[in-house]
Design a protein around this ligand. Structure first.
Ligand code: GLP
Length: 256
């Protein structure tokens, strides 16, 4: 696992944006796994500004709320079109977001896994992290081998996400999310985390034991996982100085 610590969210985002941009230039038909939440907003803004060619890019989003109409402002469909897709030349047919309104949700989950495989697998998966260590919507104690399925949100996550909905009552209880096993199959994983409220979850994910209580800790088993953090999110890492030194002294050929 590589841990990159930068002073600000903007600086950490820029490194992530360079990695995504390089992939899209080198592999114009890349398959991206995308995340929602406030954390990747800067990344999407930066990618829009880079004026990349998205015409052959395929995307799979991590998750979606169940029962929220697609045109609801807080659905992840709305989020993605508002914050990224509308601003780039992506082919609508190559965009995949789980359908949280389907009658047969288990069928939707199985089909989602199949489509990822048919697309050749995910080249690069973007992740945020919940304050409880969740990735996608894989809440604590999710199976580390899990696949796309229904999950029930914890009270903590509903409270965290209430800021988008106005009140906690309006936050759905159920979601569809890629599993941890699904995420682990991406060839490269890039987790972004900003702010001191993420520091505990980040420290446990990177330096704690690998445990289902912190789902992001599964990334310790991923051969190409990178965390891009600001100083707040990095503030509880025991070996922060070491990670900074490693990054500052990388040979040029190893730099993102
Ligand atoms: C949501 C999303 C996650 C996201 C997390 C953190 O619940 N399902 O993909 O990483 O919460 O959100 P934020 O970036 O807003 O802190």
């Amino acid at each position: 696992m590589e841990i990159v610590i930068q002073e600000t969210p903007e600086a950490a985002t820029e490194i992530a944006a360079m990695i995504v941009a390089r992939l899209l230039r080198e592999k114009p038909d890349a398959v991206l796994g995308l995340a929602t939440g406030s954390t990747p907003l800067l990344l999407y803004r930066s990618l829009i500004e880079k004026k990349l060619d998205w015409s052959r890019v395929t995307t799979f989003n991590l998750d979606e709320y169940i029962g929220l109409p697609q045109d609801h402002p807080q659905s992840y469909h709305s989020f993605m079109w508002t914050n990224l897709f509308r601003h780039v030349n992506i082919d609508r047919a190559r965009v995949h977001i789980p359908d949280g309104n389907a009658k047969d949700i288990p069928g939707v989950c199985a089909a989602y896994e199949k489509r990822i495989r048919a697309a050749g697998g995910i080249d690069l998966q973007i992740l945020g992290i919940g304050t409880d260590g969740h990735i996608g919507f894989n809440e604590p104690t999710s199976s580390l081998a899990s696949r796309t399925r229904i999950k029930t949100l914890t009270p903590q996550t509903r409270k965290d996400n209430a800021r988008f909905f106005g009140d906690e009552e309006s936050v759905p209880h159920h979601v569809v999310t890629m599993g941890i096993g699904t995420i682990m199959e991406a060839r490269e994983v890039l987790l972004l985390a900003f702010g001191a409220q993420k520091a505990q979850a980040v420290a446990e994910a990177a330096e704690g034991p690998m445990t289902a209580i912190n789902p992001a800790s599964a990334l310790q088993m991923h051969p190409e996982a990178r965390f891009c953090l600001d100083t707040g999110a990095a503030s509880k890492l025991q070996r922060a100085e070491y990670y900074r030194w490693v990054y500052d002294n990388k040979p040029d050929w190893q730099r993102p």
